[in-house]
Design a protein around this ligand. Structure first.
Ligand code: R2B
Ligand code: URA
Length: 313
C-alpha cells in the first residue's frame, strides 16, 4: 500500500516552525472534559498546569532518568537560581515511567530508549505545554550515540534526522496504513548551537545527519548482538553508505522527536555525543569515568545556549 505523505520535505516548513504557541494537532482534544497525562501522573482537573508549567521556555529531554536529574541540578547551578540543587524533586515521582524536573524556565525529562518510549512521552509533553499555555518553547534532545567516522566524544548537532534508508522521514503505522512525516529540524537553532560550541573550550562539535534506528544491535549494524544476520564486510559497507549520505551518528529517537516537534510548531534540536567510532568497533569499551564526561558535553552546550538566550552571558 502506498504510504500517506504528511508534511513531507518540500512543503513550506515555516508553516510548522516558529509559531509562538504549542499546537496540538488533534480535534478530539477540544471535546474532552479532562485530559489525564497518564504516564506523567498529571491531569487537567487534578493539577493547575498553567501555574505549574506556564513559564517553561526550554525543554530538555534525554534517555536516562539519572542523567536528566543531574542535568536539572547542573542547569540550576548554571542559571544561579536560589535554593539547593539537591532539593529539586521529580514531578513524576509517583510513576516510574518518566522523570521530570522543573528548574526555572527549564524542564528536564527522561524519555527511555527507542521510538515508542519517546513518542508516548512527547504526546503527553506536547499536550502538557499546550494545556499550560506555554509560548516560544524550544525542545532539545540531549543524548548519546554511536559515531560514524568521528573521534569518540565528538558532539553531533543534527542537521537531518534520517531513517535506516537515510531518508529524512518518520514512518508510522496508523489504522493499518503507513503515515510518513518529515523530520526537518530548525536550521537556525542548529547553527546557533554550533556557534555556542565554538565559544566553549574542548568541545569538539560537528553538524551532521543522525540516523535513527529501531534497535541497538542488528538495527545499527552491530556484530555483537545475540543475533547477527550479516558479515563484517556487509556491516562496513552499510556504515560507509551511511557516511556518504552525511550520517555522522546513530541513535534511536531523533526521527520521531523531529517529526512530532515539527508538526506541533515547536523549535527543536538534537545534540548527541558519540561514545565510539562505529568503523572501529561495536562494543563500548571506553572507561565509565570518560563516558560520564562525554555525557556532560551536550548538557554544557545546551546550557550555554540557554544562558545566552536568557541574557546571562
Ligand atoms: C542512545 O543510547 C540509547 C541506547 O544505548 C538509545 O536510547 C539512544 O538513542
Ligand atoms: N546509543 C546508540 O543508539 N548507539 C550507540 O552506538 C551508542 C549509543
Amino acid at each position: 500500500m502506498a504510504p500517506i505523505l504528511l508534511n513531507t520535505a518540500g512543503t513550506d516548513h515555516n508553516e510548522y516552525i516558529n509559531h509562538e504557541e504549542v499546537h496540538v494537532k488533534n480535534p478530539h482534544l477540544d471535546s474532552m472534559e479532562e485530559d489525564i497525562l497518564y504516564h506523567f501522573n498529571l491531569g487537567t482537573k487534578t493539577h493547575n498546569l498553567p501555574a505549574m508549567f506556564g513559564d517553561i521556555k526550554f525543554v530538555c529531554v534525554g534517555g536516562s532518568a539519572n542523567r536528566m536529574k543531574s542535568f536539572a541540578q547542573f542547569i540550576h547551578k548554571e542559571l544561579g537560581l536560589p535554593g539547593d540543587s539537591g532539593d529539586i524533586r521529580d514531578i513524576c515521582a509517583e510513576t516510574d515511567r518518566y522523570s521530570m524536573y522543573k528548574v526555572g524556565p527549564v524542564l528536564s525529562i527522561s524519555h527511555g530508549m527507542g521510538v515508542p518510549s519517546i513518542s508516548i512521552m512527547l504526546h503527553e509533553l506536547i499536550k502538557l505545554l499546550h494545556h499550560a499555555r506555554c509560548r516560544d518553547v524550544i525542545l532539545f534532545r540531549i543524548g548519546t550515540s554511536g559515531g560514524v567516522g568521528l573521534a569518540p566524544g565528538t558532539v553531533v548537532i543534527t542537521d537531518r534526522a534520517v531513517d535506516s534508508f537515510f531518508q529524512p522521514q518518520f514512518e508510522q503505522v496508523v489504522l493499518g496504513k503507513v503515515i510518513v512525516r518529515s523530520t526537518e529540524l530548525d536550521k537556525g537553532l542548529a547553527q546557533e548551537l554550533l556557534q555556542c560550541s565554538a565559544e566553549i573550550p574542548d568541545l569538539p562539535t560537528v553538524i551532521g545527519n543522525t540516523m535513527c534506528t529501531h534497535d541497538f544491535y542488528e538495527g545499527q549494524g552491530r556484530l555483537d548482538g545475540a543475533l547477527c544476520s550479516f558479515s563484517t564486510e556487509e556491516k562496513l559497507e552499510y556504515l560507509q553508505k551511511a557516511y556518504e549520505a552525511g550520517v555522522r551518528n546513530i541513535e534511536m529517537e531523533s526521527t520521531v522527536f523531529a517529526a512530532m516537534c515539527r508538526v506541533c510548531g515547536l523549535k527543536a534540536a538534537v545534540i548527541c555525543v558519540t561514545l565510539l567510532n562505529r568503523f572501529e568497533g561495536d562494543q563500548i569499551t571506553t572507561p565509565h569515568s570518560v563516558l560520564l564526561e562525554y555525557q556532560l558535553r551536550p548538557q554544557i552546550l545546551v546550557s550555554h545556549l540557554i544562558k545566552k538566550r536568557l541574557g546571562l552571558i
